[in-house]
Design a protein around this ligand. Structure first.
Ligand SMILES: NC(=O)c1ccc[n+]([C@@H]2O[C@H](COP(=O)([O-])OP(=O)(O)OC[C@H]3O[C@@H](n4cnc5c(N)ncnc54)[C@H](O)[C@@H]3O)[C@@H](O)[C@H]2O)c1
Length: 387
């Protein structure tokens, strides 16, 4: 029986060949850490011409081009300068969270399609402004959730979409790290005016996308949220870095968040996310259904990946069975390539956005709702306009 169930979800894979006769002029705004993954994937694509880079820090875009051997690209000191001087087909917005909205909106106004790094932005108001600009421009925005392109994550969606779970009524999701506040190349993740939101925006958005995408993005209705910063604000946590007091002082975002979210269709979403905690993991994601439930194993350093075989629990002919879906090999580079490629294919052939803002605005509404509810100390109703 179990093998039959597994086979029912198998799919064929087809290799896509890139037509290099039509080139796309692509730029990158923000040449920091994640821009490295963008440039590495774009360089594999024979139809991409990397023509322009921008970064606020003097010499950073130039050094980036040199490091990644991007020849002939013009470098600018701001996204506005780049957009004013270049005629691009598409741009990757790889800036820290606080400038996602302005860079994306300005690019759309300049007639450029946008691959926007996650999280979509910081607030729901910004997400609404991005949606409006996208609609007015007729261009597309795809939000950079590479885990969606992972075969295991696709399997999660196929299982949920098959209806095998029956009515989904409760979801537990999130993730955590024992010690994992990300400061690998600087402090932009933990500063208020740059990162603006912490674990929520960095890894919380992945957990939400995993379950909401699988379910077809039901609308969130209300949120009761909590945030804290006990680890990031503690000098003890930063022991070992050069100036622990400086890190503790500039830390101004959440390092832990939790929420109880009501979704359209009478579904409860129980969420928690942590960059740091006194625990190995905050648990697996579990989707509870009236006919079956699905367990998606977490990882000890949550970043949107899956930590083991998916497990589907059912009762068949009175027997309690558990079907395991063997974890498929995946790589960050492949997922990243597919996130960039799916976006460029939509740009090139006039398709719809692979990770559309019409969905991710709900993700953003939850992140923003958690922050607002936490500040107020009570549940809030989410008011998300149709755009
Ligand atoms: N998809 C992933 O796996 C993944 C991984 C890491 C980070 N990210 C996301 O990528 C974004 C950037 O993260 P990072 O670690 O690369 O940050 P970073 O601080 O290393 O780089 C951001 C760069 O953007 C530049 N910048 C900011 N505003 C600008 C503007 N208006 N014009 C030009 N340049 C501007 C900054 O000067 C900086 O160099 C974040 O939103 C983060 O959440 C995604």
């Amino acid at each position: 029986m179990s093998e039959e169930i597994v086979n029912a979800f198998k799919e064929k894979h087809e290799e896509n060949v890139i037509d290099a006769s039509k080139k796309l002029k692509v730029g990158i705004i923000g040449t920091g850490w994640i821009a490295e993954a963008h440039v590495q994937q774009y360089k594999k694509m024979p139809d991409v011409e990397l023509v322009a880079m921008a970064d606020l820090i003097e010499g950073k875009a130039e050094a980036f081009c040199k490091k990644f051997e991007v020849e002939g690209a013009r470098c600018y000191r701001s996204h506005t300068e780049l957009l004013a001087n270049e005629k691009l087909d598409a741009v990757s917005v790889c800036t820290y969270n606080s400038t996602h909205a302005e860079c994306t909106i300005d690019a759309l106004k300049a007639g450029v399609h946008v691959l926007l790094e996650k999280p979509m932005c910081v607030t729901l108001e910004e997400a609404i402004a991005i949606r409006k600009a996208e609609k007015e421009s007729g261009k597309i925005v795809s939000v950079g959730f590479q885990p969606r392109f992972n075969e295991n994550m696709k399997m999660v969606k196929k299982i949920v979409q098959s209806g095998v779970l029956g009515k989904i009524y409760y979801i537990q999701t999130g993730g955590g790290r024992r010690r994992g506040i990300p400061v690998p190349y600087g402090t932009s993740f933990i500063e208020k005016d740059k990162g603006a939101i912490g674990a929520l925006g960095d890894i919380g958005c992945y957990s939400l996308d995993m379950v909401l995408n699988a379910m077809g993005y039901p609308k969130p209705l209300s949120v009761s949220g909590y945030t804290s910063d006990f680890f990031g604000k503690s000098r003890e946590y930063w022991k070992g870095v050069e100036r622990p007091e400086e890190y503790a002082d500039i830390f101004a975002v959440d390092d832990f968040a939790a929420a109880f979210v009501r979704l359209e269709g009478d579904v409860i979403l129980d969420f928690r996310i942590g960059w740091a905690m006194n625990l190995d993991t905050s648990g697996d994601t579990i989707i509870y259904g009236t006919n079956a439930s699905l367990r998606i194993p977490s990882t000890e350093c949550w970043n949107g990946g899956i930590g083991g075989n998916l497990k589907l629990y059912q009762t068949i002919a009175g027997e309690e069975v558990c079907t395991e879906f063997e974890q498929k090999k995946s790589s960050f580079a492949d997922d990243f390539y597919n996130k960039a490629r799916s976006f460029l294919d939509a740009v090139k052939y006039g398709g719809t956005s692979p990770v559309p803002t019409s969905e991710i605005i709900y993700n953003q509404a939850i992140l923003d709702g958690i922050n607002k509810s936490a500040k107020l100390g009570k549940e809030i109703t989410l008011d998300i306009p149709e755009i």
